[in-house]
Design a protein around this ligand. Structure first.
Ligand SMILES: Cc1cc2nc3c(=O)[nH]c(=O)nc-3n(C[C@H](O)[C@H](O)[C@H](O)COP(=O)(O)O)c2cc1C
Length: 254
């Protein structure tokens, strides 16, 4: 039996506190924040962003800092990181609406996402994210791998922060999500024939050995619709001036 050298395997600390100077954010701009180890969530994010632009919105895409060591990432055959800027807490709080891209880990968010949320204690106590809007899109390797569970398991975090969940719903996706012609369930036979996503949020199923054909055109279409719908929903809101909102949170009335 080989013994692991704990010093070599120790994960690097999450770099969530590294502060680039936070860039100014135009009111109403939507932040898509993702973690993507193998690129599928990143591809979905691009489509969500197109949907936001289709609906006349503005969008910035960020990624969540890595928490695994290079050694472990190499063992997991993880390709180099995506090109997006790393989210910082200072930057995150400047947005009023978010789409979170979450590849499942045992039906839940990955540790990289959890590390970011675990660093938001100050936001929780001050209500800095309260009343802000959030949608979720997901990725799993299998059909029963936890697409809806992953979104549902995000709820606790959103609720504790007082964030408002915006589902994908069926209003513009009933025919697509209900398209049984594409659900065959055997990836190896016909890689283009299985797609996922649910009214909880767009989703892609990538298979145990991820393939280039994932996400499918249909999954990407649904992701784009989610971007459009999310943007339309948050565009109905007149966001309060951020400086006065932050001030009132800092001085709670008792
Ligand atoms: C530790 C670990 C746990 C995972 N757990 C699940 C799971 O519960 N269900 C599932 O379908 N896929 C599971 N997967 C597969 C990932 O969800 C899949 O690799 C990911 O959605 C691909 O997205 P990405 O290309 O953006 O990284 C797991 C992967 C890893 C590494």
């Amino acid at each position: 039996m080989t013994t692991m050298d704990p010093r070599k395997e120790k994960p690097e600390e999450a770099k969530v506190e590294i502060q680039e100077k936070p860039k100014e954010v135009k009111e109403g701009t939507i932040a898509i924040i993702i973690y993507s180890m193998y690129g599928h969530i990143a591809r979905m994010a691009e489509e969500e962003a197109k949907g936001i632009t289709d609906a006349g919105g503005e969008v910035d895409i960020y990624q969540v800092p890595e928490t695994l060591s290079d050694t472990i990432l190499e063992k997991m055959h993880a390709p180099p990181k995506e090109k997006y800027k790393m989210i910082t807490l200072d930057q995150m709080v400047k947005y009023d609406a978010f789409l979170f891209g979450v590849p499942t880990r045992y039906g839940n968010m990955p540790g990289q996402w959890k590390a970011l949320w675990d660093a938001t204690g100050k936001f929780w106590t001050t209500g800095a994210l309260a009343g802000k809007y959030a949608g979720v899109f997901v990725s799993t390797s299998s059909l029963g791998g936890g697409q809806e569970m992953t979104v549902a398991n995000m709820m606790s975090t959103l609720v504790h922060h007082g964030m408002i969940f915006v589902p994908l719903g069926y209003s513009r996706t009933a025919d697509l999500l209900g398209d049984m012609n594409e659900v065959h369930g055997v990836l190896e036979v016909d890689p283009g024939s299985l797609f996922l996503g649910s009214p909880w949020g767009a989703g892609t199923v990538v298979g145990v050995k991820p393939k280039d054909e994932r996400p499918t055109p249909l999954e990407l279409r649904i992701a784009r619709i989610q971007g459009q719908l999310f943007c339309e929903t948050v565009s109905r809101v007149k966001f309060k001036d951020r400086s006065s909102a932050a001030e009132s949170r800092a001085q709670p009335q008792v």
